[in-house]
Write a protein that binds this ligand. Sequence first.
Ligand SMILES: Nc1ncnc2c1ncn2[C@@H]1O[C@H](COP(=O)(O)OP(=O)(O)O)[C@@H](O)[C@H]1O
Ligand SMILES: [Mg+2]
Length: 251
Amino acid sequence: MSGALLEAKGLCKRYGALVANDNISLTVAPGELHAIIGPNGAGKTTLIGQLTGQIRPDEGRILFRSEDITDRGMPARVQFGLSRSFQISSIFPSFNAECNVALPIQAKAGHSFRFWTPAVVIESLRGPARELLGRVGLGERGATRASVMAHGERRQLEVAMALASQPSLLLLDEPMAGLGAGESARMVAFLKSLKGRFGILLVEHDMNAVFALADRISVLASGRVIVSGTPEEIRSSREVREVYLGEEFDA
Ligand SMILES: Nc1ncnc2c1ncn2[C@@H]1O[C@H](COP(=O)(O)OP(=O)(O)O)[C@@H](O)[C@H]1O
Ligand SMILES: [Mg+2]
């Protein structure tokens, strides 16, 4: 019993001859923000996909609160408290922000709503949906259609949708991608405000964000974790500098 919220043990994923994930083991403690960095093609998105249940590992096990969830599908993992954010595709563009957040709230509540009429359900979801929108800084945007929102606002909306399932672990795949400087800074501040309350596994290219937020950083290269340590240890690691040779790395 490790006390970890999430524990990945020896995850492997191959695509033909290509080894996308090669024996990856890592943990996320309750309340910890563990960042995954690594060059393009290192296997970061494949790792997140295996943790959410989107991609089936060839080898290895995934434990959530010490329970083996390797054979569980995505909906079951969400019910357990694991939530992935930043899938643009999860937004319904023609729905307003409030409805987009109400859907995952209802999904989580599931059949507890079965005796109520749709009108009552909608009314009882509205309050929590508004509250979540307020928490991500979209308090004024509830009635706005997702399709007309700015890119940064849609990312905030996705966080609200991820939080709607009341997760204890958030898996975030490049939440800063495509954000302008101001939007990025706001997202960093927001993620900071979530720290401690959720376990967070954060895949991110923005090194400033990673070093500002992470309790622990693991570096992936060619499908393997090559180093794992505190931000200080990663900053001074020779292996990390070698992997990032030719790329800007002066965090
Ligand atoms: N569905 C797939 N089919 C074949 N190769 C894939 C597939 N998904 C990812 N890969 C390959 O696996 C490697 C790791 O990809 P990925 O996990 O997306 O890396 P990262 O997110 O770190 O950029 C890459 O070489 C990529 O081309
Ligand atoms: Mg990726």
